[in-house]
Design a protein around this ligand. Structure first.
Ligand code: SAM
Length: 282
């Protein structure tokens, strides 16, 4: 019988990848991180993790998973690529009882039921499902959500959209959604050369913590408004908001010039319009 490796004696990730034949699959959005220092830095973004529970999407060969376990978290990881499971099982042996790996598609999982309240989410997200998962986590109902924080890798351009200010070209639906429901911050950029294989563009780690939702506003109304307004972002609001009943009529009483365009409206102004439309909510 072989003894499982102690956490400190884990083999280099490069060896794990070679030994388990984990050639990166483009279809699965696989760009692996191998630099232990960088992975430890990502695992520090949520704050101290000792005794915390973390949900990770796409552990792959387990680089970020290692860092999260090393930081003291208990990790539940969902991985679609079964080739990665033996490598993750070895990691689980080094941290007995602290790593649960589920072979599944993260889009098909009910992670709120799986994790319960207070869990952190940390992931070097597969690019093809990243935005869908983010939107799902940000539009969760009821609010506040089950997650205590999100620490996520995105293409830098997408990360910048989340934190963009009004009046900038990056400002759009994702900015309003992220800033309505969280304190979204750009933690740090990650150069493409940090990944194996390197993606085409620079990435960035974003960190989000949920904020209390203002009273009298439905998430659905904010979504409808931003979809209409940014769906025709070059048009004046009096034109772009025509499809949302009552929205154009709400602008003047709220002191919002109907000739403005979506990208000039602050999150607070979108919320004010949504609250006006939802004002019958008790
Ligand atoms: N966490 C590893 C790292 O940082 O090196 C791998 C990150 S890689 C960008 C994305 C991972 O997500 C891959 O391991 C891929 O197989 C997995 N993946 C892709 N689509 C998935 C899905 N729908 N559900 C769960 N995992 C998925």
């Amino acid at each position: 019988m072989t003894t499982p490796p102690a956490a400190a004696d884990l083999p280099p990730l490069r060896d794990v990848i070679a030994r388990h034949g984990l050639a990166a699959s483009k279809a699965l959005g696989q760009n692996f991180l191998l630099d232990g220092q960088l992975l430890d830095r990502i695992a520090r973004v949520p704050g101290p993790l000792a005794g915390e529970r973390v949900y990770e999407v796409g552990p792959g060969p387990g680089g970020l998973t290692r860092a999260l376990l090393k930081a003291g978290a208990d990790v539940v990881a969902v991985e679609r690529d079964r080739r990665c499971l033996p490598a993750l099982a070895e990691l689980g042996d080094a941290y007995p009882g602290r790593l649960t790996v589920i072979e599944d598609d993260a889009l098909a999982i009910d992670e709120s039921a799986l994790m319960g309240p207070g869990a952190h989410i940390a992931s070097n997200l597969p690019y093809n499902v990243g935005t869908a998962l983010l939107v799902r986590w940000l539009t969760a109902e009821p609010w506040p959500p089950f997650w205590a924080s999100l620490t996520l890798m995105f293409q830098k351009e997408v990360a910048e959209r989340m934190v963009a200010a009004p009046g900038t070209s990056a400002y759009g639906r994702l900015s309003v959604l992220a800033q309505f429901r969280s304190t979204a911050t750009l933690a740090f950029p990650v150069h493409r050369s940090a990944f194996v294989p390197p993606p085409k563009v620079t990435s960035a780690i974003v960190h989000l913590r949920p904020v209390a939702q203002p009273a009298g506003v439905r998430m659905k109304t904010v979504e409808r408004l931003t979809a209409a307004a940014f769906g025709q972002r070059r048009k004046m609001l009096r034109q772009s908001l025509k499809g949302v009943e009552g929205a154009v009529a709400a602008l003047e009483p709220l002191g919002i010039d109907p000739t403005r365009r979506a990208e000039t409206l602050t999150v607070a102004e979108f919320v004010a319009v949504a609250r006006w439309l939802d004002r019958t909510i008790v």
